[in-house]
Design a binder for this molecule. Sequence first.
Ligand code: FES
Ligand code: FE2
Length: 425
Amino acid sequence: MLTQTDNELITRTGPGTPMGEYLRRFWMPALLSKEIPEPDCPPVRVKILNEELVAFRDTNGEVGILDNYCPHRRASLFFGRNEECGLRCVYHGWKFDVNGGCVDMPSEPAESNFKDKVKIKAYPARDWGGFIWAYMGPAELQPDLPEVGWAMVPEDHRFVSRRLQENNFVQGIEGGIDSSHISFLHGGLTPHQRDTNTRQANRQNQPAATTGDPAPRFTVQDTDYGFVYGANRDSGTDEYYWRITPFMMPFFTIIPGQIGDADEKTYSGHGWVPADDENCWMFTYSWNASRPLKEGEHHQASDLEKEPRTLRATINKDNDYMIDREMQRTVNFTGIANGSVQDAGIQESMGAICDRTKEHLGTSDSAIINLRRIYLRGAREIMEGSEPFVPSQGSKYRLRSVSLIQDRSITFDETVPKVLNAATK
Ligand code: FES
Ligand SMILES: [Fe+2]
């Protein structure tokens, strides 16, 4: 559990808040590259860290992320005209380049130098790994772009998507690093039937990823990119089934997925970016280092139908996530069909900002406790005026997850190095 003060501290991310300033030390995914697919295409509204912005791609292909509100009289630049290396406000024609400079002010006399004095808020933006990233922090602290796995492969080796989720970003992350819910939320059938499945899986010495040993043992270890956590489950009498996940600050995970050759596997994961304090963007990425992705290999979160303007899934809280009580009785644990909807539904069900003063955390929540410890430390350091822990991003983020069965004598410490991407060896 957290005190109300600490819960507020980690969940509020607007300008000037300690957590907001901490997150502004990192590059943030803001939208997908394909949402601004070509030079001079229409601008796109973006809301991240409680700031209303617009993204556009100029005539030269450069990407810009500007304040949504024109500095003249505050018209929205979403309605702007993207033309000749700038976004022109359609109210009185002021025009801004990707760096925020005012490059034309036709409403003022030709001899006026007023335009040289006006700037619009502009954040450094990069097209990287299928996302448009923004850096919203102090210029002198701008880190290298994180060399995340999906950015290090050719475009046809990855698939990315995003959608709105109607809860605070911390709830999303806590769901993402919560290994123990796999056996329940995403499990099949009733508890009795699930136990039967577990026994059958163990008898056959199969990895029981979703239906197996429901009480795995967890280990968490801090790293120079965030932390790594692992869960081992019994597999037969001599082996453990290990799932090990790197958590890359400030909010990226890589799902362990199925057992397979680590260099050949397709990996998927999510990053949760605050939109405002009660909504977040779930970015999803899938990639394969060794070959183009095949049809249907992307994460199922990317398959959800969305309302085009809001990017909210059409299966949402207004229709109770299409819960089917008969399915819940006879087929799966939730009665909700899509695993990603199961996650979103249950995370949203906790309230827009979960009241963490009323929780009771157990041993299976160790990764969540570690996340909060790191966030609280960073936010408090910001409040005290000292620089918080920010990983040197760059090549430190060349990581993947681990999913394997191995002899029980092989320890967590011996297995952790397998999260390193082959490219870093
Ligand atoms: S409000 Fe944008 S040019 Fe006047
Ligand atoms: Fe889940």
